[in-house]
Design a protein around this ligand. Structure first.
Ligand code: ZN
Ligand code: FE
Ligand code: FE
Ligand code: ZN
Length: 267
């Protein structure tokens, strides 16, 4: 089973190409199923502070859903799922619920891209890393991931160690942090994604790292696959390596979602 559940569209303002081209690439690469999961509107900011080059506008959300539905019709019987990549923002859960509730999403990816107001995965704000003790930063990041998993809002935690994106890593052992986080995710019944986009950035490693993924596997956390494609040729990128890593750390099943219900498949 080969799925790519993390695919963007140009509605977010920083992805390229037509949705058809993303599907065609998936077909070319022999994937069995894909899902679009574009960036949800930045509900956690006042409308005037939302950056149109980071996420779709609120008025685009119904258009996005309609676009995915049209593509699903067009490529039947090839399965095209309706997903969304949603930021977690503590204490603003109700705003997110109101955005998601009107639609029949197959899955909701839960992402942490912000610590306080800092978009730590944005290369423009990279100097902010120097202000932190990196272990404290990692603790802060993983506590947000844990809270997000416990919130009940998400089906899959996307790129669950995104904080390493630019290669800022504490030089101490992260095992206990990974263990705590994995236990919370497992208790919440949430899955994680193995996201190959980490290979394209200074971290040069899939999200999550092989050591974290091994711990997640040991705790029984389900896994999906995503490329975080922002252009058509990135669909299914480095999936041979991803599958090899899944097997190496002990996974033999992959999860798919239909209207937020899980199904397990042999890898
Ligand atoms: Zn993006
Ligand atoms: Fe993301
Ligand atoms: Fe993404
Ligand atoms: Zn992403």
């Amino acid at each position: 089973m080969r799925v790519d559940y993390h695919i963007h569209t140009k509605l977010c303002g920083h992805a390229y190409g037509e949705m058809e081209e993303y599907v065609e690439e998936a077909l070319r690469k022999g994937l069995n199923e894909i899902g679009f999961s574009d960036h949800i509107p930045m509900y956690f900011l006042p409308p005037e502070e939302r950056d149109a080059s980071i996420a779709m506008q609120e008025s685009d959300l119904p258009i996005y859903v309609e676009n995915v539905m049209k593509i699903r019709e067009k490529y039947k019987p090839f399965p095209v799922k309706l997903g969304i990549e949603a930021d977690f923002s503590p204490c603003q859960e109700n705003k997110l619920i109101n955005l998601i509730e009107p639609y029949d999403f197959d899955y909701v990816l839960g992402s942490v891209h912000f610590i306080n107001e800092w978009g730590f995965d944005n290369a423009m704000f990279i100097s902010e890393y120097d202000k932190w003790d990196l272990y404290e930063l990692y603790e802060r990041y993983f506590s947000l991931i844990s809270q997000a998993a416990q919130s009940g809002l998400f089906d899959i935690m996307s790129h669950p160690d995104l904080i390493k994106k630019f290669g800022y890593r504490p030089d101490c052992d992260l095992t206990s942090l990974y263990e705590r986080t994995a236990k919370t995710i497992a208790d919440a019944g949430v899955c994680v994604e193995l996201n190959t986009a980490g290979l394209r950035v200074p971290a040069v490693e899939v999200y999550p790292s092989q050591s974290f993924l091994g711990i997640l596997c040991r705790y029984g956390v389900g896994v999906t696959l995503g490329s975080d494609a922002h252009s058509p040729e990135q669909v299914g990128e480095n999936f041979a390596l991803a599958v090899q890593i899944l097997k190496e750390v002990g996974y033999d099943k992959i999860v798919t979602f239909n209207k937020r219900r899980k199904k397990y498949h042999n890898i």
